[in-house]
Design a binder for this molecule. Structure first.
Ligand SMILES: Nc1ncnc2c1ncn2[C@@H]1O[C@H](COP(=O)(O)OP(=O)(O)OP(=O)(O)O)[C@@H](O)[C@H]1O
Length: 359
């Protein structure tokens, strides 16, 4: 089943405009409109795991708030599981789970288990189902020793796992995750990602994930949507995003001793040397494995690691490349794709992003 056939989440021409008042002098106020979300259309199929990324202030949280019913769109149509979120927020609440990495839905002073008991009642979860879900989540998220600990005493990683369990106790079909790995150490990040993969594979939970960590997307999502200035700029696989922006990853190599720059097969190349450590840039859309194998074969290797490009840098490069292409397109008379619904063609090829209006 694909996104276009069965939109579990559907947005058609959705807009959100905020009226903002600004003090401009004594007794003077200026009214201004902020178009946080601008003509967004996409579909997410049941069971899909999709990354929703963009620079700060791009409109991600506003979109998620419209999907939960907290905000009402200024224009357009939103449906989640066939429900209009802003009209039927309570009914929808039983079918969705939300996790905000920067905030907690748990009761700060209460032991973790008490928050779960409260949610059991709030969501009117049948007893047997609650117990079954709690047992499963406690086991999968490694919470057994934490249940009696007040939430304020939990580490960030423990609290995040506690929050994810809280969002899933009522068996939601869709989970919105806003920065679920922010501030977590490597081990906690790995645990959260592993859990989300299992949840999606075993339960078929639909996941919409907002993150600034490219590895979250890489490890969890086949599809990524990029939003910028409230508009959907890209909808496709992560590799397509890397290709569009010609982004690069960095292989950091520690050799046994100081040596001349490693001779790497183009387009990989050494970009920095500091004693026995060398940095090699290579296309992010390609696997590091052949490069690693070649270096290991020819050089005295002690250690190596791969550094991902910064998500903001990848997006910036992609947007930049699009600007350049548009400049070229004007010359060849090609028509723009404004008004396309990227989610309507969910094959694996990167889609041309919708043309942005030039103000
Ligand atoms: N309640 C509000 N009133 C006025 N403007 C708002 C409101 N909420 C968001 N905005 C504005 O809408 C735009 C989009 O904000 P939003 O929080 O959706 O972005 P974001 O992509 O989630 O950013 P971040 O990654 O920083 O969380 C921003 O310009 C923001 O200032």
């Amino acid at each position: 089943m694909t996104g276009s056939e069965s939109g579990f989440i559907e947005l058609d021409g959705v807009e959100k405009v905020f009226e903002v008042r600004r003090k401009t002098g004594f007794m003077k106020r200026e009214r201004r409109q902020v178009r946080a979300v601008d003509s967004i259309s996409f579909r997410v199929a049941s069971g899909e795991m999709v990354g929703y990324i963009g620079p700060n202030g791009a409109g991600k949280s506003t979109t998620i708030k419209m999907l939960t019913g907290i905000l009402t769109p200024s224009a357009g149509r939103v449906r989640v599981a066939g429900i209009d979120p802003s009209r039927d927020r309570i009914r929808l609440a039983h079918r969705i789970g939300v996790v905000f990495g920067q905030r907690t839905t748990l009761w700060w002073d209460l032991p973790l288990i008490d928050s779960y008991r409260l949610m059991h009642r709030m969501y009117r979860i049948p007893d047997a189902r609650y117990r079954e879900n709690l047992d499963r989540l406690v086991e999968l998220l490694g919470l057994a020793d934490l249940l009696d600990v007040p939430v304020r005493q939990l580490s960030l990683g423990q609290r995040m796992r506690g929050d994810i369990a809280a969002a899933l106790l009522h068996d939601p079909e869709v989970l919105y995750l806003d920065e679920p790995t922010i501030g977590l150490d490597v081990v906690s990040k790995a645990k959260v990602r592993e859990f989300l993969r299992e949840l999606n594979a075993e339960r078929g939970t639909t996941v919409l994930l907002t993150t600034h960590d490219l590895q979250d997307i890489e490890q969890l999502c086949k599809r990524v949507m990029v939003i910028d200035h409230g508009r959907l700029m890209y909808d496709g696989p992560l590799t397509g995003l890397h290709e569009a922006g010609e982004s690069e990853r960095t292989l950091v190599v520690d050799l046994e001793r100081e040596l001349p720059p490693i001779e790497a097969p183009a387009p990989a190349r050494v970009v920095r040397v500091d004693g026995p450590r060398q940095w090699l840039a290579f296309p992010a859309a390609e696997s590091a494995a052949p490069l690693v194998a070649r270096i290991a074969e020819r050089y005295p290797l002690v250690d190596l690691s791969v550094r991902e490009p910064d998500i903001e840098a990848v997006i910036a490069k992609m947007l930049h490349a699009m600007e350049d292409n548009r400049g070229d397109d004007r010359g060849d008379g090609r028509e723009g794709t404004r008004g396309d619904h990227p989610g309507d063609t969910p094959d694996d090829t990167p889609k041309p992003p919708p043309e942005r209006a030039t103000a």
